[in-house]
Design a protein around this ligand. Structure first.
Ligand code: NAI
Ligand code: MG
Length: 326
């Protein structure tokens, strides 16, 4: 069976890193692609950042490769995550030989709750003066995340995980989050410790080796993964996978980078690593490993894009990766 992959470049550098990544995928596996649009540009043209056709393509695809969108991001990626019932966002952050990193020993995986917390969309402007936001935490979503985290730790050889939270302040919501995850971990015999997310930010900056797998609420995962990107050499390196029970959306952690869009110098590594996660998800284990090795060799030996101190273009990096695959 040829799997069907929805492809959404989005805006800005999405139009550079996604085509580069498709060339890498073409070198290892034959998929059937469904090219669709989302984001600021299509919204400007049609008034709709997430056309029905795009939502349908993602819903019908085995997996989706997503670049990045701009100001309409929340209107695009949040409904798409819902459409594939993606309850967890997997965000690995590690260093690579040849890439200067603030913390060269970093090797982390952030498992971010992907459906609720403060991103559940329950915001109100009550009066001229007052606005409110409802923070949603359910036992069912926390349990599902915990089950996933236990499976993830087991199948990837991790000792356990650390829960990031603020249950000293958000006693009810993060209380439920931490208690539920701890309960599942104990049922499953997986080690779970926990840390206040603000203190964790300090620890991550000073000594990220204290952590391995971090399980956290939605906003904390968003912030901590950008922090982790800073530790390992920048946003150009961090992939992510929005995983549901049957489908997934694979996207770099970075946005559409309007400051460099159009110059052809965006680092494609984050998107290519995201494609490797897509290959893992569809059980192309050997192909995923080959793609990772080819990108790692390219990071080590060059060519490199300007964010990593080089002067290569996006396409030159993708060409080098493709060459190393053949
Ligand atoms: P950003 O990730 O687009 O850029 C932050 C900085 O990192 C910029 O200096 C950019 O040049 C650099 N950068 C990012 N990716 C890079 C790459 N592959 N290679 C080299 N340098 C790279 O985040 P920013 O500036 O906060 O947001 C820009 C736009 O992107 C906003 O409209 C925002 O809403 C959107 N955004 C979309 C996301 C998504 O589609 N999931 C995620 C984050 C932001
Ligand atoms: Mg973010």
């Amino acid at each position: 069976m040829t799997e069907r992959i929805a492809v959404i470049p989005g805006d800005g550098i999405g139009h550079e890193v996604v085509p580069a990544t498709l060339r890498v995928l073409d070198a290892v596996v034959e998929f059937e692609y469904d090219h669709v649009e989302a984001g600021d540009a299509v919204a400007e043209r049609t008034g709709e950042p997430l056309p029905a056709e795009t939502l349908e393509a993602v819903t019908n695809a085995d997996a989706t490769l997503f670049g990045a969108t701009g100001e309409t991001s929340a209107d695009v990626i949040l409904p798409l995550r819902d459409a594939v019932d993606s309850f967890v966002n997997i965000r690995p952050a590690r260093t690579y030989p040849g890439v200067d990193a603030v913390q060269p020993e970093t090797d982390l995986v952030i498992l971010r709750e992907n459906t609720e917390g403060v991103y559940a969309g329950m915001e109100d402007r009550l009066t001229e003066d007052v606005s409110t936001l409802t923070r949603l935490v359910t036992q069912s979503a926390s349990r599902r995340l915990a089950e996933f985290a236990c499976d993830y730790a087991d199948s990837n050889g991790h000792d356990g995980f650390t829960i990031a939270h603020k249950n000293n302040v958000m006693r009810v919501t993060d209380g439920l989050f931490v208690d539920t995850i701890r309960e599942v971990a104990s049922e499953r015999g997986v080690d779970a410790d926990d840390a206040y997310m603000d203190a964790m930010a300090t620890h991550l900056a000073m000594d990220p080796t204290q952590y391995d797998v971090i399980v956290c609420p939605n906003l904390a995962g968003d912030v901590l993964s950008d922090l982790a990107a800073g530790l390992v050499g920048g946003l150009g390196l961090l992939p992510s996978a929005n995983v549901g029970s049957e489908r997934g959306i694979f996207e770099p952690v970075h946005g559409c980078a309007p400051d460099i869009a159009g110059e052809g110098v965006a680092n494609p590594a984050a998107t290519i690593f995201s494609a490797a996660m897509l290959l893992d998800f569809l059980d192309y284990d050997d192909e995923a490993a080959a793609v990772r090795t080819a990108v790692e060799t390219t990071l080590a030996e060059g060519p490199r894009t300007p964010d990593l101190g080089g002067n290569a273009t996006t396409d030159e990096v993708a060409d080098a990766v493709v060459d190393r695959l053949s």
